[in-house]
Every structure is written in structure tokens, then in C-alpha cells.
Design a binder for this molecule. Structure first.
Ligand SMILES: *[C@@H]1O[C@H](CO)[C@@H](O)[C@H](O)[C@H]1NC(C)=O
Ligand SMILES: *[C@@H]1O[C@H](CO)[C@@H](O)[C@H](O)[C@H]1NC(C)=O
Ligand SMILES: *[C@@H]1O[C@H](CO)[C@@H](O)[C@H](O)[C@H]1NC(C)=O
Ligand SMILES: *[C@@H]1O[C@H](CO)[C@@H](O)[C@H](O)[C@H]1NC(C)=O
Ligand SMILES: *[C@@H]1O[C@H](CO)[C@@H](O)[C@H](O)[C@H]1NC(C)=O
Ligand SMILES: *[C@@H]1O[C@H](CO)[C@@H](O)[C@H](O)[C@H]1NC(C)=O
Ligand SMILES: *[C@@H]1O[C@H](CO)[C@@H](O)[C@H](O)[C@H]1NC(C)=O
Ligand SMILES: *[C@@H]1O[C@H](CO)[C@@H](O)[C@H](O)[C@H]1NC(C)=O
Length: 628
């Protein structure tokens, strides 16, 4: 009891006096005050004991981790007014996005203290009242989007002279009065449509197309006779523009998706089903078979009897099968369970489409497995966005990771430069992947197996931690006699049939990944002549002969003082690749062991003092700084 109390005391003192490297304590407290006082319907993983800069969803810190510079929390279900004196304490803030919530009340006056603010996205909320009168306090503003709110009153004159402002969107509010003569030299994007503005258009804004002023009562003055009339916007048809470059279409049409889907397209349109995560989770704890389905799902079943792209997140993934077909595609790689393509949709969304081969499961089993896999929301598990099942085609749609797989980083692909990976990065990959696999193993009553752990299925998440992909497929594909391939290097000795993967065999495969990270060598590689070497056997032989230092990647040798950590990691890896499955540690233990390699890591992640336990899905956006 006392020990626990002391532990907590140390923790709290630690938080206040911040020995934690690079944790901006003042900003953290401001954020905690903010989230505590603004109700929201989705939970945030803002754990008071974890470092803001590394774990908190939606938060970006400055390079030296001394300040919070970006807060991006779109679609979290915030409702109510912004609590005063919370966000305004983030005095180094540059990017603020709270779009697509249900925030009410006036524009927060105290935002005037955010003098470095450059990007402000508050669109799609329920703000009301006048716009701030003195915009000159934000002289660094680049982009402002306040559209789709209930702001009223006049457009403030002070928007003039904002020398960096390039985008201003005030559409769909209730602004009234005349448009001031805004002298904004760099302004490129403007939208004032659908307000209640009147009077004539000032000369300074006559360079913008008429369409950005529609839905007001504005006279375009005598300039009308000088300018050619602006054509009315093209009537919107349901037909999407055809992509001109036939490459993409050919690629996906030709390569990926065969007749089955084309038939479906001819058959008619596709009904997309978007149902909320919560609902689906409830479904799961209930019973899928026994009518526990959400109404939407039942409707979609009857309307589109057979095939559809089923989404996991909300409807904001605005693409359908047709878009996928039209996307330009590029082969990313052939894996154990199929081929992965990178597909770039017309709206520039990039996704990974995985075309599965040899699926033996029937539709219901397949769907059930997808539901299990898709329900996992964890920062170290790649998110399944959608899936598709028809007789001829089974597709899975994932997030795309721009940096490529850990395998590509370690071993380089043909013709590509390999990225040097320092020890810190490798530690983050190891601990992230371990946490991800541990999470997978906790799923489905603790029975889910990843089944395909290897470095080409591990990516870096936005925090640069390992993130596992391609899980849960072993049980739905046909029994494969293991091919003599790279995958073989990861297979536990007891596994003779890929379908029979177990959690213990996942541990073995993970151990091989750790060895890869330590040695920089592929699981199966050739030395000098033609001889094929198994990484596990090779490491054992070197260690047995007490040449331990020889096993480590030469690239790591230039980092000082890491030898002890590497030796510890090597011990963990060797315990994972034990021959006897029962002798291998379980994933949660492995997570602890790896966290202990760097004691600081473990200290930062106690499960006590959690603000809210569940994680926010990653899908709640990683925005980049120029788009919202
Ligand atoms: C604001 O930004 C400037 C330049 O980006 C920086 O030098 C300054 O320290 C920032 N101010 C605060 C309070 O962070
Ligand atoms: C927005 O606020 C107005 C009143 O201020 C209210 O009538 C309306 O229902 C709100 N809309 C939403 C979507 O909350
Ligand atoms: C607006 O803010 C700027 C910068 O803080 C200040 O110099 C100016 O006096 C203010 N104008 C008004 C009318 O308050
Ligand atoms: C903008 O700058 C000009 C010249 O510097 C000045 O005369 C004018 O008052 C300023 N306008 C506003 C709204 O601050
Ligand atoms: C503002 O938001 C609207 C709605 O999301 C979007 O259509 C528009 O492109 C944005 N405008 C700017 C200037 O960011
Ligand atoms: C304003 O609302 C209309 C109708 O709801 C919508 O069509 C339009 O895209 C909105 N404009 C912006 C900039 O969001
Ligand atoms: C629009 O403005 C006029 C006067 O300029 C006012 O009478 C009217 O009530 C306003 N309409 C809305 C919807 O705000
Ligand atoms: C539009 O503005 C003109 C004067 O600028 C006014 O006479 C007219 O009544 C206004 N129309 C509406 C619908 O408010």
C-alpha cells in the first residue's frame, strides 16, 4: 500500500518537475484542462502519465519537444463552448484544427494570446456570434477556415494587412453587412458564399470568381460590363469525371479485379455501409448471428444481396469500389496471402489494397474474421479500413505507410536506397511491434493469432513506432505447404502448415524480427558462396562461440553506449526463438522486457492515472499542416 503511494507520489512529482525528457508540462496541463472541461463523445488517449509529444493523439510538439505547436482534433465529438483559459495557454501553437465537432458559443476571445497561430480550422461546428474584431493579433495567419458555422455580424476590416494569409473561408455562416475592402496581398483562396452579405463587391476582391460570393445579395457593380460574364457552375451530375490517364484504370482493372466485380458494376450501383464503431462493438459483444446487426447492415443486406465494400470507420472515407477501380495502382509486393497494391484515389487519398489469394473461408467466416481484425484500434496495429468479398475477389483496404516497411528500411529493396536506422528507431520499432502483437493476442477472447509476423509487415506509425499489419489471415486461407521463401525464415519449427500458426509461433517470428533489427541481416541470407543461412541458426552459432559482439549490425557500431541495451535485446530475441513453444515468453511479458531495455520508456507508460483508458482510433486523422 505504502509502496504504491510512494510510487504515485514520485510519479506526480515527476510530472510537475518534469525530469521526463522533453515533456512540455505547462502545455500538458493546459491540454488536460481543456479536455476535462469540454465534453466529447469519442475518447482520447491523453494519459496524464504518458509523454505528450510521443503518445497523445492529435498533438505535435516542436522539434526539441519543449512546446506543443499543433493540436488537431477533428471529429472527436466535442460539444459545448471552448473552456476559457485552456487552449489559449498554448502560446507556441501554430496549427489548431477542431473542425467537424459540435462546438458552440462565441469565437474564444482568449485565442488572441495565440500570437503564433498560422493555421486555424474551425469549420463544421456550431459557433455563433461575431468574428473576432482584431485579426491583427495573428500576424502569422496563413489559412483560416471558419465555414459552416453560425457566425454573424460583419466581416472585420482587420483581416486586411495579414501579409501571410493565403486562404480564407467564411462560407455558410450568417455574416451580414457590406464586404470591406480587404487588402490581403497573398490571398489565393476565398469563399464567402451563403451568408447574408450585401452591397457591392469591393475592387480588391474582384479578382475572385463570382462563385465564391453566391448566396448573398451582392451587386457586382459596374465592373460587370468590363468583365466577361462568369459562366454558371457546371450542373453537378452523378457521373464522376473520368480519369484521363488510362494507366491507373488499366492497372487496377486489368491486374487486380477480374470479371466478378465488373459484373457487379454493370449490375448497378454500390451501397456503402457506414456504421459506427460503437455499434459494431456492441454487436460483437452481443451475437452476430442472432440478429444483433445494426439496422443499416440489415438494410444493406437486403438491398445489395451479395457484394459490397464494407467500411469500418465513419462515412468520411469517401470512396467506393468504383473509385478503387479508377485509382491508379502500383504493385507494392507479393506476400504470403496475396498481392498488395498502392492505390491513389482521385481525391489524392492513398490506400493499400490487398488482393487475397487462396481464401478458403466462406463468406460468413470471412466477414466474421474481418470484423475481428477491423475492430482492433491500436496505435501499433495497422488499421483495416474496409474489405470486400465476392466469389472471385477478396480485398482488404488498409492505410498506406509512406515510409515503407521495416524490411525495406533494413535490407533495402532492389534499386532503392536503404534508410539507415539508428538504434533509437530500432528500439521504437521493436517496442511498437511488440505492443501491437500483444494487442492482437488479446483480441477475440485472447485467441487471435497474427500469423504472419515479419519485417515486411511492420511499418512506422506517425510517432515512428512499429506498427504491425496483415494479421489474422492464416485461418481463412487454404492450407499452404510452406514455400521455400523468405517467409520460411520466420516460421517456428513446429509450424508445418501456415494455417496452424499459434500465438507461440507469432512469438518465434517476432524473435526473428528482433534478430533482424540487431544484426541487420535477412532471416535467410546467403553468405559469400551459395550457402543459405538461417538467421536464427547463425546467431546461435556466433553466440555459442562467444563472439557476441560480432552479431550486431555494423551500422549500429557508431552509436556510443548502446552495447548493453543491444545485449539485453539479444537475450530477449533468443528467448523468443526458443525451440520449444512452451519455453517462449508471452507477448505482454516481451513488451515489458523491451520496455525495460530503456527504463525511461517503461516509466512513462504506467497504466495508473489514466485520464481515459481507451485509445482514439488513429483514423481520427493525421493531418498535414497545409491541408486541414
Ligand atoms: C513563434 O514563432 C517564432 C518563429 O517561428 C519563434 O521564434 C517564436 O519563439 C515563437 N513564439 C513562441 C511563443 O513560441
Ligand atoms: C446549433 O445551435 C443552434 C442554436 O444556437 C441550434 O438550434 C442547433 O440545433 C445547433 N445545431 C447543432 C447541429 O447542434
Ligand atoms: C489590434 O492588435 C494589434 C496587435 O496586437 C494592436 O497593435 C492594435 O492596436 C489592435 N487594434 C485594435 C483596434 O485594438
Ligand atoms: C493596413 O495598412 C495600411 C498601411 O500600412 C494602413 O493605412 C491601414 O490602416 C491598415 N489597415 C488595417 C485595417 O489595419
Ligand atoms: C474550408 O472547409 C471547407 C469545408 O470543409 C472546404 O470545402 C474548404 O476547402 C476549406 N477551405 C479552406 C480555404 O481551407
Ligand atoms: C455550404 O453549404 C452548402 C449546402 O449545404 C454546400 O453545398 C457547400 O459545399 C457548403 N460550402 C462550403 C464551403 O462548405
Ligand atoms: C439578412 O440581412 C438583412 C438586412 O441586411 C436582415 O433584415 C435579415 O434578417 C438578414 N437575414 C438573415 C437570415 O440573417
Ligand atoms: C438586395 O440588395 C438590394 C440593394 O442593394 C435591395 O434593394 C434588395 O432588397 C436586396 N434583396 C434582398 C433579397 O435582400
Amino acid at each position: 500500500m505504502e509502496a504504491l503511494w510512494i510510487f504515485r507520489f514520485v510519479l506526480v512529482m515527476g510530472l510537475v518537475f518534469s525530469p521526463i525528457n522533453g515533456d512540455p508540462v505547462e502545455d500538458k496541463l493546459a491540454l488536460l484542462d481543456f479536455v476535462k472541461n469540454l465534453p466529447h463523445s469519442r475518447s482520447l488517449n491523453w494519459n496524464a502519465a504518458s509523454p505528450v509529444c510521443h503518445y497523445w493523439t492529435g498533438i505535435t510538439c516542436s522539434q526539441d519537444e519543449s512546446r506543443v505547436i499543433a493540436v488537431r482534433l477533428p471529429g472527436v465529438g466535442f460539444h459545448g463552448p471552448i473552456p476559457p483559459n485552456t487552449l489559449s495557454r498554448l502560446s507556441a501553437l501554430q496549427i489548431l484544427s477542431l473542425r467537424s465537432n459540435r462546438i458552440t458559443g462565441d469565437f474564444p476571445l482568449d485565442f488572441s494570446k495565440l500570437s503564433n497561430l498560422s493555421y486555424l480550422y474551425l469549420q463544421f461546428n456550431n459557433f455563433s456570434g461575431p468574428l473576432p474584431s482584431n485579426f491583427s493579433v495573428w500576424k502569422n495567419l496563413v489559412f483560416v477556415n471558419l465555414s459552416n458555422n453560425g457566425f454573424n455580424g460583419q466581416i472585420p476590416n482587420s483581416l486586411s494587412n495579414l501579409t501571410s494569409l493565403t486562404g480564407l473561408n467564411l462560407a455558410n455562416n450568417s455574416l451580414s453587412g457590406e464586404i470591406p475592402d480587404l487588402q490581403i496581398p497573398r490571398l489565393q483562396v476565398l469563399d464567402l458564399s451563403n451568408n447574408n452579405l450585401s452591397g457591392s463587391l469591393p475592387e480588391s476582391l474582384q479578382r475572385f470568381p463570382r462563385s465564391v460570393f453566391v448566396g448573398n445579395n451582392i451587386s457586382f457593380g459596374n465592373s460587370l460590363s468590363n468583365n466577361p460574364p462568369v459562366p454558371a457552375p457546371l450542373p453537378v451530375s452523378n457521373e464522376k469525371p473520368k480519369k484521363s490517364g488510362g494507366l491507373g484504370e488499366a492497372a487496377l482493372l486489368g491486374i487486380i479485379i477480374a470479371g466478378g466485380i465488373l459484373g457487379l458494376l454493370a449490375f448497378g450501383f454500390l451501397i456503402l455501409v457506414c456504421f459506427s464503431r460503437r455499434k459494431r462493438e456492441d454487436e460483437y459483444s452481443g451475437d452476430l448471428q442472432k440478429g444483433g446487426m445494426s439496422p443499416e447492415k440489415v438494410i444493406s443486406r437486403t438491398q445489395d444481396a451479395n457484394n459490397r465494400l464494407v467500411f469500418f470507420e465513419g462515412c468520411h472515407y469517401a470512396f467506393d469500389l468504383e473509385d478503387l477501380l479508377r485509382a491508379s495502382a502500383e504493385v507494392l509486393g507479393k506476400g504470403t496471402f496475396g498481392t498488395a497494391y498502392k492505390a491513389i484515389l482521385e481525391d489524392a487519398t492513398i490506400v493499400v489494397v490487398k488482393r487475397l489469394k487462396d481464401v478458403s473461408a466462406g463468406k460468413r467466416d470471412f466477414e466474421q474474421q474481418m470484423e475481428i481484425v477491423g475492430s482492433i484500434r491500436h496505435e501499433n496495429v495497422a488499421e483495416l479500413k474496409a474489405y470486400y468479398y465476392s466469389k472471385d475477389e477478396k480485398l482488404m483496404v488498409y492505410d498506406f505507410f509512406g515510409q515503407g516497411s521495416v524490411s525495406a528500411m533494413l535490407h533495402g529493396k532492389r534499386g532503392e536506397e536503404k534508410t539507415p536506422l539508428d538504434w533509437d528507431t530500432r528500439l521504437r520499432i521493436a517496442v511498437g511491434a511488440a505492443r501491437g502483437i500483444a494487442r492482437v493476442h488479446a483480441e477475440n477472447g485472447g485467441k487471435l493469432v497474427h500469423g504472419n509476423v515479419k519485417s515486411s509487415n511492420i511499418f512506422l506509425n506517425s510517432q515512428q513506432y512499429g506498427c504491425v499489419s496483415d494479421l489474422g489471415l492464416a485461418t481463412i486461407t487454404s492450407s499452404l505447404s510452406p514455400p521455400i521463401s523468405r517467409a520460411a525464415g520466420y516460421r517456428a519449427p513446429e509450424v508445418t502448415d501456415t494455417r496452424k500458426a499459434t500465438q507461440a509461433s507469432d512469438v518465434f517470428s517476432f524473435g526473428v524480427v528482433l534478430l533482424e533489427l540487431l544484426t541487420g541481416k535477412s532471416p535467410i541470407h546467403a553468405t559469400g558462396g551459395e550457402e543459405i543461412v538461417h538467421l536464427v541458426r547463425w546467431v546461435h552459432s556466433v553466440v555459442r562461440e562467444e563472439w557476441t559482439a560480432e552479431v550486431f549490425d555494423v551500422e549500429l557500431m557508431r552509436y556510443p553506449n548502446i552495447e548493453e541495451e543491444m545485449v539485453e535485446m539479444l537475450q530477449i530475441a533468443l528467448s523468443c526463438v526458443a525451440r520449444i513453444p512452451d519455453q517462449r515468453p508471452k507477448m505482454p511479458e516481451i513488451v515489458k522486457m523491451i520496455e525495460n531495455v530503456r527504463p525511461m520508456e517503461a516509466e512513462n507508460r504506467p497504466s495508473t492515472n489514466q485520464l481515459e483508458s481507451s485509445m482514439l482510433p488513429q483514423a481520427v486523422e493525421t493531418e498535414n499542416s497545409t491541408t486541414q
